[in-house]
Design a protein around this ligand. Structure first.
Ligand SMILES: Cc1cc2nc3c(=O)[nH]c(=O)nc-3n(C[C@H](O)[C@H](O)[C@H](O)COP(=O)(O)O)c2cc1C
Length: 202
């Protein structure tokens, strides 16, 4: 088992997504790559290079070359993982811009997804993703949450087999209560998984 753990909260301390994500990583206790998009944001990309990356252009200009190399590296990090963990802070009802940049870099036609006869097909073979969504008060899963559903869609789009959600919304009370609730959700997701494996159900 190997984890790719993505963090995107701009809060480097006292961040609910970071604390719950770390708890999950500790519980899984396996090989892990941590990519912190707030500490190390991806470089800004020009309109022309964005089009080039999206279409996997073979134009040799330097700027496109380096964005394509980075995109390939980010996709390789996903290919090397069977578990993806995304910590997503809700910013203005959506995901942090740094996380959107990462999504724009990893969604590539013919590389991470393709269009088949039945519509889009994910090309990455990731067993499961844990999405940790934190908000100040907007209910996760409600009409104004454009984070958790969107991240589910992206995970399914690139070929993640199962998406599991951890709700760290502010509506759950004080920071201590939010974190406690998040840890309980982690425990219960992992216990369910353990029971499923023990019973031989897939
Ligand atoms: C720029 C910014 C925008 C935010 N927008 C929202 C929002 O639309 N809805 C909401 O409920 N909380 C909003 N919040 C609050 C954060 O979602 C909340 O603090 C959450 O806990 C952040 O995740 P973290 O604890 O991992 O840092 C916003 C915070 C910031 C800094």
């Amino acid at each position: 088992m190997s984890i790719l753990h993505i963090d995107s909260s701009a809060r480097l301390t006292d961040s609910n997504t970071r604390i719950i994500g770390q708890y999950l990583v500790n519980a899984l206790n396996t090989k892990m790559l941590h990519r912190d998009l707030a500490v190390n944001p991806l470089p800004a990309i020009s309109a022309q290079d964005l089009m080039g990356v999206h279409g996997s252009s073979d134009d040799q200009r330097d700027s496109l070359h380096s964005h394509l190399a980075l995109s390939n590296q980010l996709i390789q990090e996903l290919k090397d993982a069977d578990t993806l963990i995304i910590g997503a802070a809700m910013y203005n009802f959506g995901i942090p811009a740094s996380l959107k940049q990462w999504i724009d870099a990893i969604c590539r036609a013919g590389v991470s997804f393709k269009y088949g006869e039945q519509g889009p097909e994910g090309l990455l073979n990731i067993k499961r993703a844990f999405i940790i969504t934190a908000s100040g008060g907007t209910p996760v899963g409600g009409d104004m949450d454009f984070v958790s559903g969107y991240l589910s869609l992206i995970c399914n789009f690139i070929g993640v087999k199962e998406v599991l959600h951890i709700d760290a919304s502010g509506s759950k009370g004080s920071p201590e209560q939010i974190i406690e609730s998040g840890k309980q959700q982690v425990d219960s997701l992992l216990a369910n998984e353990h029971n499923t494996e023990t019973l031989g159900v897939s």
